[in-house]
Design a protein around this ligand. Structure first.
Ligand code: PMP
Length: 371
């Protein structure tokens, strides 16, 4: 890294990026990696074969640009959402990009930008604020309750006071695992619209792991409500880089103004289509992971930790006087989890049963040391 070097300091980097760090969990080579909310199950072999077939076919046409509008993929994503989200959608409601991070970037390029602001209720997914910064959008941090649920009254006040252009609601929330109910989303949507016609983005990256239904049906009759989703978690395809949104077709039209032409490669589209053919198998792994998540919650509590209710494929637990020191002690036992900088708390991703056992052994030891 050249950050802080003379050469770096002399680059004409934008003022608001100076002194900042890039996003990044450490990618360390340790036996048990439970730090980035990935799905621990590799894609099943029949799907790997199907991807190879579809990509081979796509390779024959790589001299041409891909389908710029990714119509077949959006049609299949709409079919998946219709089936699982209890709300009928078509390709016109869906837009896809390279990870939901790119979806969020396109939304902020379209609806945020210089002179505009976005708000999130923190602690939450730190990329919302970082992408805001990257797109020149001002960032505001809204409050949460002590138990990490959204404080509706305080949120209403913040929306009335700051009148943000974009509002992020993450459900289930990262890093806390907290789900948001429909009533809260509606209250915040109404409060945001009363302040100015703003875009409300519900980030549902982890919703397939939730005890609750998707908030997708709320987009009906609310053209300024967007739900963002990803194939990185439930579909076990973080390496694919495929995120998508569902909204009124007007939102899909609006993001066309900022998307790069041919942003989704033919290889990406072919791979995602193959994965969607295997949805049922992949959702089977989700059920296993939900059971493992619930087991982690139960065992962590039995060991004597405090645990935040989780609707995601990860669990926030504490409390630690020095969470970074605890993170290091767990790492010393070969288990990499995540210190998201929430004082007193750490986050562990649900892995395979044996990975979770290794993690539980490590935190049991840690508890003994602390006694
Ligand atoms: N939203 C949330 C809440 C996340 O935690 C993540 C990934 N950690 C993302 C979006 C981005 O995921 P991707 O770009 O892989 O779709």
């Amino acid at each position: 890294m050249t950050f802080g070097s003379r050469e770096f300091d002399e680059l004409p980097v934008r003022d608001e990026l100076r002194g900042k760090s890039p996003y990044g969990a450490p990618q360390l080579d340790v036996p048990v990696q439970l730090n980035t909310n990935e799905n621990p199950y590799p894609l099943p072999e029949p799907l790997v074969e199907r991807i190879a077939e579809r990509v081979r076919e796509a390779a024959r046409g790589l001299n041409r640009y891909p389908d710029r509008d990714a119509v077949e993929l959006r049609t299949e994503l709409a079919r998946y959402l219709t089936r699982t989200g209890k709300h009928p959608l078509t390709a016109a409601n869906v837009w896809a990009a390279n990870g939901s991070n790119e979806v969020i970037q396109q939304l902020l390029q379209t609806f945020g930008g210089p002179g505009r602001t976005a708000i999130g209720f923190e602690p939450s997914y730190s990329m919302h604020g970082l992408i805001a910064r990257g797109t020149g959008t001002g960032w505001l941090s809204g409050p949460r309750n002590e138990d990490f649920t959204i404080d509706v009254e305080a949120a209403r006040k913040a929306l009335a006071e700051h009148r943000p252009d974009v509002v992020f609601i993450t459900s289930p929330n990262n890093p806390t695992g907290t789900a948001v109910d429909a009533g809260t989303v509606l209250a915040l949507y109404e409060a945001a619209q009363a302040a100015r016609p703003s875009l409300v983005v519900v980030d549902e990256a982890y919703v397939e792991f939730s005890h609750r239904d998707s908030l997708l049906p709320l987009i009906e009759g609310r053209p300024r409500l967007v739900v963002s989703r990803t194939m990185s978690k439930a579909f076990g395809a973080a390496g694919l880089r495929l995120g998508y949104l569902a909204a009124h077709p007007a939102v899909v039209d609006a993001v066309q103004l900022v998307r790069l032409p041919y942003h989704l490669s033919a290889v990406t589209q072919a791979t995602a289509l193959a994965a969607l053919e295997h949805t049922d198998t992949l959702l089977g792994y989700v059920e296993t992971l939900k059971a493992e998540r619930d087991r982690l919650v139960g065992e962590l509590r039995a060991i004597g930790y405090e645990v935040t209710e989780s609707d995601a494929n990860f669990v926030q637990f504490g409390r630690f006087e020095d969470s970074h020191a605890a993170w290091q002690r767990i790492l010393d036992r070969g288990v990499l989890i995540r210190d998201n900088g929430v004082p007193g708390w750490l986050r562990v991703t649900a892995g395979t049963p044996s990975e979770n056992d290794a993690f539980l052994d490590a935190v049991r030891d840690l508890k003994k040391e602390q006694r």
